[in-house]
Write a protein that binds this ligand. Structure first.
Ligand code: ACO
Length: 325
């Protein structure tokens, strides 16, 4: 029995925020953002739109493409660092919007959330308890970005991607999983307030502690190292060669990080590495499932192809999955 992705979907909010728009908000410019990150524009929600809203739209598409009905979904995992609220989990809110009552939970591994969730879905399906698991990455980062901080506000965007994993007797399968984490680096990329350590107060709001704080330089160095190492290890575990890989779908944080992966593989980025961060920026847990959906829609992945998903994010967390699509 193999684990297979039978449907994917994406949803991004319609409002586009360009680098030129950002020039009017902070001291930055299009040239800096493009050359340092590869980002040209990102999508931003308006009003009270939350992670569950984006996730529900992406899920509806994934369910339809899989030829299923919402009732066929046995469990929901929602990877997010921007849940609708601290509790209940966004997964239940999504289930309700889909019109079903199902077990589910949120998974917080920042930008590695979809890779971690896929690994977990694999384990859950292998037990035989579940048949179809809906795995979603959904983020409304625009609501936790400090729009006065040019170091971070130019990087992030909103969106959601979804995939349905099933177990059946096809030849598709997850070939290898490689996950890592290091809590010693927690304060290099985090949101200080709003949790039990530092609950919301007048002081935390005044000091802008409910926003993403990032040491970009250190995060960048670790991201390059751990993403290339994860690819290397997952290739070894899956017992495949670099040449066997049809497409690498990396977390979309920075084009220079993505180029380092292409360099490790010894290929030109255009040949084997999927990129869409120019359109969406860094959408954290949503970036890989959005990219996966686009890669499938564009015919860049076909049944039987070997695909690598690789991510790095807050925690620090990182990981890679090798799968036969
Ligand atoms: N516009 C203009 N100048 C800027 C901007 C901006 N938007 N932002 C920073 N600068 C300035 C800095 O102030 C600095 O100036 P200084 O030298 O006078 O101090 C200069 O540009 C260079 O800053 P660096 O930090 O060295 O720039 P770098 O080339 O490292 O790029 C970046 C910064 C893009 C943030 C990069 O470090 C990066 O991509 N880091 C990794 C991000 C990442 O992968 N995050 C992980 C996932 S996120 C998650 O899990 C939620």
């Amino acid at each position: 029995m193999g684990i297979r992705i039978i449907g994917t979907g994406k949803y991004v909010p319609p409002k586009v925020l360009t680098n030129h728009d950002l020039e009017k908000m902070v001291e930055t410019n299009d040239e800096w953002i493009r050359s340092r990150t590869g980002i040209i524009e990102r999508r931003i929600v308006e009003g009270d739109i939350a992670a569950s809203d984006l996730a529900t739209e992406a899920s509806k598409i994934a369910i339809e493409k899989a030829g299923l009905k919402p009732e066929d979904i046995d469990a929901i995992i929602c990877a997010t660092i921007t849940p609708d609220m601290v509790f209940p989990a966004t997964a239940y809110l999504i289930a309700d919007k889909l019109g079903i009552k199902r077990p589910g939970f949120d998974l917080n591994a920042a930008c590695s959330g979809f890779v971690y969730s896929s690994a977990l879905a694999y384990s859950m399906l292998k037990t035989g308890i579940f048949k179809n698991i809906l795995v979603i990455g959904s983020e409304v980062l625009s609501k936790i970005v400090d729009w006065q901080d040019r170091n971070t506000c130019v990087l992030f965007g909103d969106g959601a991607g979804a995939a349905i994993y099933t177990i059946d007797n096809s030849e598709s399968d997850i070939l290898a999983i490689e996950l890592g984490g290091d809590g010693g680096c927690a304060d290099l990329l985090y949101m200080p307030a709003g949790g039990s350590k530092m609950p919301a107060s007048e002081e935390t709001v005044k000091n802008r502690l409910h926003f993403i704080k990032m040491n970009g330089r250190e995060t960048f160095k670790m991201a390059v190292r751990m993403m290339t190492e994860s690819v290397e290890k997952v290739i070894q575990k899956a017992n495949i060669k670099k040449e066997d890989i049809k497409l690498v779908i990396p977390h979309q944080a920075n084009i220079r990080i993505i180029d380092a992966i292409a360099e490790y593989l010894g290929v030109r980025r255009e040949e084997k590495v999927f990129v869409n961060l120019d359109k969406y920026g860094n959408t954290s847990a949503a970036s890989i499932p959005i990219a996966l959906d686009e890669a499938i829609s564009q015919g860049k992945i076909n049944r039987g192809d070997i695909v690598i998903l690789v991510a790095f994010g807050g925690g620090f967390s990182w990981g890679a999955i090798a799968l036969r699509y």
